[in-house]
Ligand binder design. Structure first.
Ligand code: SAM
Length: 302
């Protein structure tokens, strides 16, 4: 038949003319066995991480940091939930060449190790919770990361950094504390450095650890940009919250020619770049009530 050989050709893998390796016939069954084994390991890993997530969620509720391998091994394959990846990718896109990065409130170190340190020359990552740092050092160590016990209410670690990252912990501090900490961040990064991270509007009412709430991107821009010339905020919507991602600097955003050019040029999907804002007004965000604060039971929570 005229079309027979054409059809057969169309089914050949498009190897681009690469010649077969002499051991290919032997390698194929080995690869198939490894794929089967890894499928099995992933199933077991999903079950053990699901169990870990369930036990943590029920019996260890005061802990403020999260083991993001539970997201990787359970939430992602089960629900297709990629929210936890957003912060890692957005911050990473902003890390310039030879960056010396400080991450505050680093938690389990998952983002430190997998998203930030691979792009940075050096990283200092701090947290107030010794258990977070023990986990981070064991599970998320890298030669260019120094994990340090540090309470950011008392100031930031010494030294100059070209980039400071603060993910998901701003809400645990009062507006006055946030303002002081961002002032210290501005001192550390100098006029050319970047401050980036994310915070969120939480739609769940009962969160005793929350010390202030943000409503929209303008709130976040005012808060984050109070000590910087330029700030940008963009967001993603999720069922329980809206995440606000931000970048701030006295220099133009993004750094000229940096890898983030693509990102700033207009990200697809439901992320919106709100442009550069000058923000020198005082912020007037709603604080949580004193009752909420007295409900806090964990002394680590500021
Ligand atoms: C929700 S976790 C976020 C961790 C990490 N940044 C992430 O995105 O997964 C909040 C972290 O803030 C830390 N934290 C709370 N108060 C702190 C303080 N005063 N100084 C330093 N870290 C603090 C907690 O120990 C916790 O690890």
């Amino acid at each position: 038949m005229a079309g027979g050989s054409d059809n057969k050709q169309a089914l050949e893998p498009a190897a681009g003319g690469t010649p077969a390796h002499p051991l290919e016939p032997l390698a194929r069954p080995v690869i198939a066995s490894l794929q089967r084994l890894n499928r099995l390991i992933r199933r077991v890993s999903l079950l053990t991480h699901r169990l870990q997530g369930a036990v943590e969620g029920r019996y260890d509720r005061r802990r403020m940091w999260f083991d993001h391998y539970v997201d990787v091994n359970w939430k992602l394959p089960t629900d297709g939930d990629t929210m936890f990846l957003e912060r890692g990718l957005f911050n990473r896109m902003l890390i310039g060449p030879d960056a010396d990065v400080l991450e505050i409130a680093c938690g389990d170190g998952y983002y430190t190790a997998h998203f930030y340190a691979p792009r940075a020359r050096s990283m200092v990552a701090v947290d107030v919770d010794p258990s977070a740092l023990t986990f981070a050092r064991r599970s998320n160590g890298r030669p260019n990361i120094r994990y340090q016990l540090h309470d950011i209410r008392d100031g930031l670690p010494g030294g100059r950094f070209s980039h400071v990252i603060w993910d998901g912990a701003m809400l645990f501090f009062s507006l006055e504390q946030v303002d002081s900490i961002i002032g210290w961040i501005r001192e550390r990064v100098g006029p050319n450095g970047i401050f980036s991270g994310y915070t969120y509007a939480d739609y769940v009412e009962e969160r005793p650890y929350i010390r202030h709430r943000v409503r929209d991107s303008d709130d976040v821009a005012r808060l984050v940009g109070a000590h910087f010339e330029n700030v940008g905020v963009w967001w993603t919507q999720h069922s329980e919250r809206t995440n606000f991602y931000f970048a701030a600097s006295d220099a133009a955003l993004p750094p000229a020619g940096g890898p983030s050019g693509l990102f700033y040029a207009g990200h697809a999907g439901d992320q919106h770049w709100s442009g550069e804002l000058r923000t020198d007004q005082a912020t007037s965000l709603p604080e949580t009530s004193p009752d909420d604060r007295s409900a806090r039971s964990d002394p680590r929570i500021p």
